[in-house]
Design a protein around this ligand. Structure first.
Ligand code: PLP
Length: 444
């Protein structure tokens, strides 16, 4: 197919489409890919070129594209029921998915996640969890209108989720519109004098403790991305912070919300990242990998204690007045159910843990480049920091990798690697090999 195919589509795109998180004054300069089809870990553009999907199509893919068992599950569901409202009705895939999700939920101590509320994507699940936490405070004693958020956090782009975000570039503009929050320090080794993760976590926990001492009575929830602040640049942190946050939430009668949108569903080598610390949150948010990347669906897992606070006679208005037209869409639920069952059958979480170790070994070789200033990884999520090189070093490296058949996306000067959890060893070599050559080219 001639190269002009993609150029023509990009002209039409530029004339009609407004893309997310995109500065359109330079959209075409960045040579966007016109994706035509995908198979396994491979994306094919409309000109017939193929690229290894090194970021799992924005961190969602588990098995890879076009997994026959998931395709079949969606097709079979389509033949039975395309959509039905979840208001006053229910359906098998929704029920079975809730059961399957709860069977995977983190356990430990007395707290147990016992109910599932469905939403459409990460942001809308965060939005639901924030409203639940506030309403829970109202219905269990006293309205607590304050949320504790972490510096460098990203929880989505709706107004509630922006309120609990901490990345200036994304969030500063909307400040006048937002919910009441207080910012706790990031637990990651980031802009700190220490390079020891345990020390960084302890310092941040001390910061959280003093914040809760001052504001605790007003706080309905502390929200964290467990183990990794993903959108901030895969900022990994020590599990001890989560243990401390759990204890502080309990001491002050606040809920702990674990946003597992990026880190959940096997991504960190555990089904849920909260498991690294052995904690159970009051609300756990899942999205992204939940449907293996096939269809949009997210979920908030809640403890029975939270759920029970919403029970009462209709006139008491304790109902959670929240939900969307496509809540628990059966096709999405069928995709998620097939994904979770397949993950269990094929022991994908264990394989992801092993893949993570291999990825870590391969990435370690990149330290030979002077331009590589840091590498962070947990499970199958990693970032390679490259030296500042005037503007957009990360973009330059990703472009060079793309010329070598590997598709990556940067976050500032960090190149993110989030391949499918089922990536094979030879594909892992290809992924890191292309990045290696790309860095060599850009910094030659
Ligand atoms: N929470 C976290 C931790 C995320 O990383 C993201 C997206 O990257 C979101 C929430 C928002 O999810 P979505 O983009 O599906 O709305």
């Amino acid at each position: 197919m001639p190269k002009t195919e993609s150029a023509a589509w990009l002209q039409r795109d530029a004339a009609a489409v407004w893309h997310p998180f995109t500065q359109h004054s330079r959209w075409l300069d960045d040579e966007p890919t016109v994706v035509e089809r995908a198979e396994g870990p491979w994306l094919y553009d409309i000109d017939g070129n193929r690229y290894l999907d090194g970021v799992s199509s924005l961190w969602v893919t588990t098995f890879g594209h076009g997994e026959p068992a998931i395709n079949d599950a969606i097709r079979e569901q389509l033949a039975r029921l395309d959509h039905a409202t979840f208001l006053g009705a229910t359906h098998r895939p929704g029920i079975e998915l809730a059961e399957e999700l709860l069977s995977t939920a983190p356990t430990g101590g007395e707290r147990a996640l016992g109910k599932v509320f469905f939403a459409g994507d990460g942001s809308s699940a965060v939005e639901a969890a924030l409203k639940m936490a506030y309403q829970y405070s109202v219905q269990t004693g006293r309205a607590r209108p304050l949320f504790v958020r972490l510096a460098e956090a990203y929880h989505g782009d709706t107004l509630g989720s922006v309120s609990v975000g901490g990345i200036g570039l994304f969030h500063a503009t909307y400040k006048p519109l937002l919910l009441k929050t207080v910012e706790a320090p990031s637990p990651a080794v980031f802009d700190r004098r220490t390079t020891d993760p345990a020390t960084a976590a302890a310092e941040a926990a001390a910061g959280l403790e003093s914040l809760m001492a001052e504001h605790g009575d007003e706080v309905c929830a502390i929200i964290v991305e467990p183990m990794v602040q993903a959108a901030a640049g895969i900022l990994t942190y020590d599990a001890s912070y989560l243990t401390a946050a759990r204890a502080l939430a309990d001491r002050h009668g606040a809920l702990l919300i674990c946003d597992e949108v990026a880190v959940g569903v096997g991504r960190t080598g555990r089904m849920w990242a909260s498991e690294h610390a052995g904690i159970v949150p009051d609300l756990l948010i899942a999205a992204k990998g939940l449907t293996a990347g096939y269809l949009p669906l997210s979920a908030v897992l809640a403890t029975d204690e939270v759920y029970n606070a919403f029970l009462g006679a209709p006139a008491e208005a304790r109902t959670f007045f929240h939900g969307h037209t496509y809540t628990a869409n059966p096709l999405c639920a069928a995709a998620a159910l097939a994904n979770l069952r397949l993950m269990r059958e094929r022991e994908l979480v264990k394989r992801a843990d092993e893949l993570g170790v291999l990825l870590g070994e391969r990435l370690a070789a990149l330290t030979r480049h002077e331009a590589v200033t840091g590498i962070r990884r947990l499970g199958v999520m990693a970032a390679v920091d490259v030296a500042d090189k005037g503007e957009r070093a990360g973009v330059a490296v990703c472009k060079a990798a793309k010329r070598r058949g590997v598709w990556l996306r940067p976050l500032g000067n960090s190149v993110v690697l989030m391949p499918p959890l089922a990536l094979r060893p030879e594909e892992t070599d290809l992924l890191v090999g292309a990045l290696d050559e790309a860095i060599a080219e850009v910094y030659a």
